[in-house]
Design a protein around this ligand. Structure first.
Ligand SMILES: Cc1cc2nc3c(=O)[nH]c(=O)nc-3n(C[C@H](O)[C@H](O)[C@H](O)COP(=O)(O)O)c2cc1C
Length: 152
């Protein structure tokens, strides 16, 4: 699978007024446009997964090319991840938005969960999108990369 390059996201969630949770996730896939639906595959031991299931919602922070450090941070155990980034709650649903690192944020209602072995597939119906004009961060062969600059 490491030879299949992807974009990189940080999936976040939080209970109402609760601590933000989030983890780096490359298993994000578009499912269908009607209704607008995506999926992410999260380890069933993940705290973010548990909070998203309780809250019934999660946000997909699609990382831009300058956010490789944040991708590493949100894959590191035993650190206060949110203390090291600028974040705020989104207007639509109050989910954690990584202000300096996301080129897009998709706020999703959790509409289905399917557990397969060690991971749970979370289906999210996209309720709101915030989009900025930035190039995406890429990941493959255990390396981060940036999208090549477009020819003038
Ligand atoms: C580039 C990259 C992609 C990752 N993709 C996923 C993923 O799709 N699903 C997953 O459960 N973990 C994924 N991980 C691993 C988690 O980010 C990592 O295990 C993290 O520590 C989990 O946090 P948690 O224990 O707080 O849930 C990925 C890590 C990296 C660096």
């Amino acid at each position: 699978m490491s030879n299949f390059p992807t974009g990189v996201t940080v999936i976040t969630s939080a209970l109402e007024d609760g601590e933000p949770q989030g983890l780096t996730c490359s298993s994000m896939t578009s499912v269908t446009l009607s209704p607008p639906t995506l999926l992410v595959c999260l380890d069933t031991n993940s705290v973010t997964m548990a909070v998203a299931a309780r809250r019934g919602a999660f946000a997909v922070n699609l990382l831009h090319a300058r956010a490789a450090g944040t991708a590493r941070l949100f894959a590191t155990r035993n650190v206060d991840r949110f203390a090291q980034v600028r974040w705020q709650r989104t207007q639509h649903s109050g989910l954690p938005w990584l202000v300096d690192d996301a080129l897009a944020v998709a706020e999703c209602e959790l509409v289905d969960v399917q557990v397969v072995g060690t991971h749970a597939v979370l289906f999210g119906q996209v309720e709101a999108i915030t989009l900025f004009d930035e190039a995406p961060l890429l990941y493959g062969r255990r390396t981060f990369a940036s999208w090549p600059r477009e020819e003038e």
